[in-house]
Design a protein around this ligand. Structure first.
Ligand code: F6R
Length: 261
């Protein structure tokens, strides 16, 4: 795992967008794993700008989102399909047929989860997976005690997650209770993971995810097992990292990062 600390939220988001843009330029038919949430809005804004100003080409790119609420249709403003259409899909030259999210309205949810895994496999697996992190440490909706080898399945949302997302639904009572999410094992199988966390309220969980012991109570700690995972944080989210100076030294000296410094 590598941790990169950027001075501001804007700089952290820009670094993530530039990493994704480079991956896409190197492989135009990239299979890109996507996340939703407040943190990612800046990344999508920057990718949309690159599409417009730099002609970043998404026409062959395939996308798979991490998760979707059970019971919400694409037209529901709380659904992740709606979020993705609004912030990203409708604003770049992605072919809508190449964009995938689990169907939260599927009559047979278990079959939908299996089909989602198969679809990822048929595309050759995910090349780069973009991740956020919940305040309690989830990636996707892999809530505390999610098995580290779990696959796409239905999960009940933890009270902390319901609380975190309550403002988007006009109160906790309206937040769906379940979601389909890629499993921790599904995420660990991708070629590369990029986790972005910004803001002071993520500082504690970022320190646990990067420097703490691996535990199913905090699914993000499983990323320590991934051969190629980069955690990008702003100064606030990185404030509780013990070895911050070491991470800065790596970023300043590792040739891989030269073009991003
Ligand atoms: C969303 C997702 C979640 C979020 C996480 C952080 O698709 O999978 O894991 O990335 O809850 O959300 P924000 O960015 O809203 O703090």
């Amino acid at each position: 795992m590598e941790a990169i600390i950027q001075p501001t939220q804007e700089a952290a988001s820009l670094l993530v967008a530039r990493i994704l843009a480079k991956e896409l330029r190197d492989n135009p038919s990239l299979v890109l794993g996507l996340a939703t949430g407040a943190t990612m809005e800046a990344v999508y804004r920057l990718l949309v700008k690159m599409g417009r100003d730099e002609k970043l080409d998404f026409s062959l790119c395939r996308t798979f989102n991490l998760d979707e609420y059970v019971g919400l249709s694409a037209a529901d403003s709380g659904s992740f399909r709606y979020y993705m259409d609004r912030h990203f899909f409708s604003q770049v030259n992605l072919d809508r047929r190449n964009t995938h999210l689990p169907d939260g309205l599927a009559a047979d949810l278990a079959a939908e989860c299996r089909a989602y895994e198969e679809k990822i496999q048929r595309c050759g697996g995910i090349d780069v997976q973009l991740l956020g992190i919940g305040k309690a440490g989830h990636i996707g909706f892999n809530e505390p005690l999610s098995a580290l080898r779990s696959r796409t399945r239905v999960k009940a949302l933890a009270p902390a997650t319901i609380e975190q997302n309550a403002p988007l639904f006009g109160g906790a009572a309206n937040v769906p209770r379940r979601a389909i999410t890629m499993g921790v094992g599904t995420i660990l199988q991708c070629q590369r993971c990029i986790l972005l966390a910004t803001g002071a309220d993520k500082a504690e969980v970022v320190a646990k995810a990067v420097e703490g012991p691996i535990t199913a109570m905090i699914s993000a700690t499983a990323l320590q097992l991934h051969p190629r995972c980069t955690v990008v944080v702003d100064k606030e989210a990185g404030a509780k990292l013990q070895a911050a100076d070491y991470y800065r030294w790596i970023f300043d000296n590792e040739p891989e990062w030269e073009e991003f410094r």
